[in-house]
Design a protein around this ligand. Structure first.
Ligand code: HEM
Length: 373
């Protein structure tokens, strides 16, 4: 398949049909010189424009440069196609501090997330000044891209944390089949999708009149690493699993309905007089109709980071959601889930990230974040 275009009004990797593999990285900026940060963003942009088209990170490549110099590409993607690679950059709240004189440009929508009941965040794998989401059909290609950005950034940024994801848990286009998360359920059925032009304009893309002109055409990203206690889940009855989610496991249909894309009927009652979709079912608690029509574009990935030394898989969902304003979208939805969702018995939020995702790079003379600087 053809590479995805790197240049455009919006960054790729958001409404792009979700690829199967993820390598996500958060960097801390180690220089305090604004000019060095801008240089880095320009160098990264040039590399990203090449990498996403299946080229090597630098013009000499892995073996074409001077033998005495370190190569300007690390080489492990030689011979591999672009594999649908997209690279999407975001700026965390901590970038908007005195170091770079950016405090006045911090968007109000980039307000720190509140503490959510029950979360057990690990600071070392949370936050970050800058993130890059690499998605591709081939994990080697995604890892190669992040590795080369880290290499280019040496001396100016350091890797704070990174996360691999091996299977998408969302569809972001109606042309895609809905995948499954590690709880075995179809995930991404009721998601914002590429084809929902009106909703994307209202719910996904930031506009100049939102308050930060430099963010027009951008969006906001929330990441949550959600560990699943899958061994406990696996001993839960099918009936209970389905009631917790509010959909059946095989087809993914709303309880009481037949097909995956049938509309949810929250008023429908069973013969016992109880709602078909329980009052505390996940899909009810998260549904836009109970949150002032707030939607999310979910674009998460399954992860298994080996095992935890206690006989359990270290597995779960690396949740990624894009939206126009987290204060109106992710925050109220997650607050409700954190308080009520019976899913909480089986999950634990261990890392959190929040990033302003700037508009797309227009052409070869433009660079990631230009409108901010
Ligand atoms: C829907 C699973 C965490 C927001 C769903 C669905 C499943 C699911 C199976 C139904 C299929 C679909 O419509 O996509 C999970 C699991 C989670 C998790 C296993 C944790 C490990 C979250 C979080 C949020 C969220 C943290 C946001 C704060 C939503 C929304 C929907 C949804 C908005 C669509 C509801 C609708 O409009 O019908 N989730 N989810 N989920 N989830 Fe989650």
């Amino acid at each position: 398949s053809d590479p995805y275009p790197f240049y455009g009004r919006h960054q790729a990797g958001i409404v792009t049909p979700a690829q199967d593999r993820l390598h996500f990285v958060a960097f801390d900026v180690t220089t305090d010189k604004r000019a060095e940060l801008v240089d880095l963003l320009q160098e990264w942009t040039a590399a990203a424009a090449r990498l996403t088209q299946g080229k090597e990170a630098g013009s000499f490549g892995a073996v074409g440069g001077a033998p005495e110099a370190a190569p300007d590409d690390t080489g492990e993607a030689l011979g591999l196609p672009a594999s649908g690679l997209t690279l999407t950059i975001g700026f965390g709240p901590s970038l908007f501090d005195d170091r770079f004189g950016l405090a006045a440009k911090r968007p109000s929508a980039l307000a720190d997330l509140p503490k959510f009941p029950g979360e057990q965040l690990i600071p070392e794998i949370s936050g970050g000044d800058i993130c890059v989401q690499a998605c591709a059909h081939d994990p080697q290609v995604a890892v190669h891209a992040i590795r080369n950005l880290a290499r280019i950034g040496f001396g100016r940024v350091s890797v704070r944390w990174s996360q691999l994801g091996f299977g998408r848990t969302s569809s972001t286009s109606r042309a895609q089949a809905t995948p499954r998360n590690l709880m075995g359920f179809k995930d991404g059925t009721n998601n914002l999708k590429l084809e929902d032009a009106d909703l994307l304009r209202d719910q996904l893309w930031a506009a100049g009149q939102d308050g930060s002109a430099w963010m027009a055409g951008g969006t906001y990203m929330v990441t949550r690493k959600i560990r699943m206690m899958i061994e406990t889940w696996d001993r839960t009855s099918l009936l209970e699993q389905e009631q917790i989610i509010g959909r059946d496991k095989g087809e993914g249909a709303p309880l009481g309905k037949k097909a995956e894309f049938d509309t949810l009927d929250f008023a429908a009652k069973g013969s016992d007089g109880r709602p078909m979709i329980a009052e505390d079912a996940h899909v009810r608690l998260a549904h836009p109709s109970f949150h002032g029509n707030a939607h999310l574009l979910r674009r998460g990935y399954n992860f298994v980071d080996g095992s935890d030394g206690l006989g359990r898989l270290d597995a779960g969902l690396f949740f990624i959601a894009y939206q126009r304003d987290p204060r109106k979208q992710f925050v109220p939805v997650q607050m409700k889930l954190a308080k009520i969702d019976p899913l909480n018995e089986y999950i634990k939020h261990v890392s959190s990230g929040l990033f302003a995702v700037p508009p797309g790079v227009r052409d070869g003379g433009d660079y990631w974040g230009r409108t901010l600087f």
